[in-house]
Design a protein around this ligand. Structure first.
Ligand code: DC
Length: 238
């Protein structure tokens, strides 16, 4: 299907499968995939490694802010995969641990951190044909994105998915901890002062509690066809 060089913004709650969905759409239509949460996780990992996040969760905000100008976080797109790099070091696995997940929401609530990530995302997506996932892509980063999707799913189902993902990576998650982390992040993400998570008014809402990936792909094809008036039935690779 001939989709124009648009920006697709995918927002929604934690663990609704935004990145899986966005990667699938990127592969299907040859779009660049950008994971905004990975950048917030990268800043958080760096702050943890520098000792700027205390055991009680207190963040040395001044130290984090002072480091942002020289902080080299970027993506490399290799063999169809998108990996986050901190300088020359691939940190894709480290940013996905429950320890980083436990601190990322307060770090992402710092306005200067949000400005840093927004700058990076805009620089990386010059030219369009990009699909990006996060919490405020369609509301703040790219309010003019041509297509906006907002993803929701039952919290228990989301926790189960995240639990399976962590277990598959060899970590030993406790289901109650994973569920608690998801509920806490839902709360912080939607109540913070700067750029809270909220559904863009012009977004298409997808509740994927009971959807398969294939159904998600069929869903977005329907949305794109309707939105851009494309009539042909495209072949699906999934
Ligand atoms: O999508 P994720 O779980 O990797 O995101 C990690 C955290 O980053 C999430 O708890 C909230 C924050 N985030 C954000 O505030 N804005 C975004 N656009 C993306 C992520």
């Amino acid at each position: 299907m001939d989709i124009p060089d648009i920006i697709i913004a995918v927002d929604g709650y934690s663990s609704t499968g935004k990145s899986t969905f966005a990667k699938m759409v990127a592969a299907e239509f040859s779009f660049l995939y950008l994971d905004s949460g990975a950048l917030y996780r990268g800043v958080t990992l760096y702050a943890m490694e520098q000792g700027w996040i205390a055991g009680d969760g207190t963040i040395d905000i001044a130290a984090v802010e002072a480091s942002l100008d020289g902080l080299d976080l970027h993506f490399r797109h290799e063999d169809g995969a998108t990996q986050l790099y901190l300088g020359a070091r691939c940190v894709e696995d480290e940013i996905r641990t429950l320890a980083v997940s436990g601190h990322v929401s307060p770090v992402s609530a710092i306005p200067s951190v949000r400005a840093y990530v927004d700058r990076k995302l805009r620089a990386f997506s010059k030219g369009g044909r990009v699909i990006m996932d996060g919490r405020d892509i369609g509301t703040t980063v790219f309010p003019d994105a041509e297509l906006k999707v907002f993803m929701v799913a039952d919290a228990g189902v989301r926790a189960r998915r995240r639990f399976d993902e962590l277990a598959a990576k060899g970590q030993a998650p406790v289901f109650e901890d994973v569920l608690k982390n998801i509920e806490e992040r839902d709360y912080i993400d939607s109540h913070r002062e700067t750029s809270p998570l909220r559904r863009p008014e012009d977004a298409y809402v997808m509740d994927n509690t009971h959807m398969t990936l294939h159904e998600e792909l069929v869903w977005i094809l329907g949305v794109i066809q309707g939105r851009f008036g494309i009539l042909e039935a495209p072949p699906l690779s999934h």
